[in-house]
Design a protein around this ligand. Structure first.
Ligand SMILES: Cc1cccc(-c2n[nH]cc2-c2ccc(F)c(-c3ccc(S(=O)(=O)CCO)cc3)c2)n1
Length: 200
């Protein structure tokens, strides 16, 4: 896994853009996005999640979530309200190759859930998960198995913590949490798919 970060501050708060690139054998981009987008799986892999509600089902590929996450000492507890959209993208570089898949999570507002009313500080995020499947067909024309596929996952995020927290604390959290988060999530997808037919 390669992590790239730029140190940026807005109103004295660290809002460092992050890009992580991680290639995982044995899974496809469609499978990664399916498990990242699906609310029914989130409590399985998002271990910092305290509460998740689907506020709105805009369509089968677009949902609005309200999530409360576990507190990170010494900061206040955070919640986040965002729309989430999953879609397939044509492979512009290889028309015969597998499609790309993406999930975008983008903070939004909701009249019934104004920010900073209860104990939680509302954070604001933009997240893009972009997945590119690679197929290395078996030499002898044998059927394709999970040994012949891998997925290059690019995870980009910009998070405004919403309320002041020491930049040094935030950066330490990001540095610790993101690699754990991505390794935990991708290990979950590998385990969920290992005995299932490949979903391209
Ligand atoms: C991966 C990561 C980075 C930085 C902090 C933490 C963390 N540790 N304890 C609490 C949190 C926390 C607090 C608030 C949040 F909104 C999210 C949060 C993280 C990811 C996403 S997502 O959109 O990538 C996946 C959907 O949950 C949404 C919210 C995570 N986790």
């Amino acid at each position: 896994m390669r992590m790239y970060r730029r140190e940026e501050e807005v109103d004295g708060m660290a809002v460092d853009p992050l890009k992580a690139v991680h290639t995982v054998p044995g899974i496809t981009g469609h499978e990664v996005c399916h498990y990242f987008f699906g609310p029914q799986y989130r409590y399985d892999w998002e271990t910092t999640l305290e509460q998740m509600t689907v506020l709105e089902t805009v369509s089968d590929d677009t949902l609005v979530f309200l999530q409360t996450h576990k507190r990170i000492w010494p900061a206040s507890q955070r919640d986040v309200l965002f729309w989430s959209h999953m879609r397939k993208l044509p492979n512009e570089n290889d028309r015969d190759g597998p499609d790309l898949w993406t999930v975008v999570n983008n903070s939004t507002t909701h009249l019934d859930y104004p920010p900073n009313v209860g104990k939680c500080v509302r954070i604001y995020l933009k997240v893009c998960l972009l997945c590119q499947t690679r197929v290395d067909p078996p030499k002898d024309g044998a059927p394709l198995t999970r040994d012949n596929i891998s997925c290059k996952i690019t995870y980009c995020s910009v998070v405004n913590p919403g309320g002041w927290a020491p930049a040094s604390v935030l950066r330490a959290v990001y540095k610790r949490e993101y690699p754990k988060f991505l390794k935990r999530f991708t290990a979950y997808v590998v385990n969920q798919t290992k005995n299932k037919p490949i979903m391209f």
